[in-house]
Design a protein around this ligand. Structure first.
Ligand code: SF4
Ligand code: SF4
Length: 215
């Protein structure tokens, strides 16, 4: 799930300074789960904008705002309200904001900051486990990602700063490489410690990412 949070209200007001009439767009998927851009947050945003002297011409919460065709279809159903607005204020992740930008000639203002791809510990508690590097080595690291969980993203750890299993960047946090070592030991295999890992093939994470499933 994409973890996002609402922009600071002061920053948002600055971004909206020269805009009077706004159409609001939320997202019913990740942004709703993060309590950043669902029905409730769109409603609260509308109330806040009104107290700040802005006019809201309408709103919609799209099922998945990153779905380019669906976003375009849903916006078409609000053509008149969008026409009346100076801009669209989008409460969705960066992917969602760009779907909306692709679907309108109007100015689009993003109301959220996208943080990371998150695992869910429990509602409202998210943890980054994968940085989408495109060249996964989890099979050799007993399912623990050093790219994301090691403070230095080392591929051949641990570094010299590890102390009693804790990371030198933050002594409260376990060293990812210590965790990898312990788990591999329990599994009775050397895994990644059997070799020196070559520098990562970052070309595989090629930006912008494209992936087409073959029929
Ligand atoms: S190695 Fe790369 S793809 Fe695999 S979990 Fe880590 S960041 Fe994600
Ligand atoms: S102590 Fe471990 S987790 Fe921290 S930077 Fe060094 S290798 Fe990475």
């Amino acid at each position: 799930m994409i973890i996002s949070k609402q922009k600071d209200k002061k920053d948002l007001l600055e971004a909206l300074a020269d805009l009077q009439r706004l159409f609001l767009v939320g997202c019913a998927a990740c942004a709703t789960a993060c309590k950043a851009g669902g029905e409730e947050e769109v409603f609260l945003m509308q109330e806040w904008l009104t107290t700040e002297g802005k006019d809201v011409t309408g709103s919609v919460v799209i099922d998945e705002s990153c779905h380019i065709m669906r976003a375009a279809r849903d916006l078409r159903q609000h053509r008149q309200q969008i026409e009346e607005a100076d801009a669209l204020l989008v409460l969705a992740c960066g992917a969602g904001i760009q779907s909306i930008s692709n679907s309108t000639e109007k100015r689009v203002v993003g109301g959220l900051d996208s943080l990371f791809l998150g695992n869910i510990r429990r509602f409202g508690q998210y943890e980054e486990k994968c940085s989408l590097c495109g060249d996964c080595i989890l099979n050799e690291t007993a399912g623990i990602c050093p790219v994301t969980n090691c403070a230095k993203g080392l591929l051949n750890g641990p570094c010299g700063g590890m102390e009693e299993g804790k990371c030198e960047a933050d002594r409260e946090i376990d060293c990812a490489w210590s965790l990898i070592f312990e788990r591999l030991k329990k599994q009775g295999r050397k895994g990644v410690f059997d070799r020196t890992v070559a520098p990562k093939k970052w070309a595989r994470s090629g930006k912008p990412g494209r992936h087409k499933i073959k029929p």
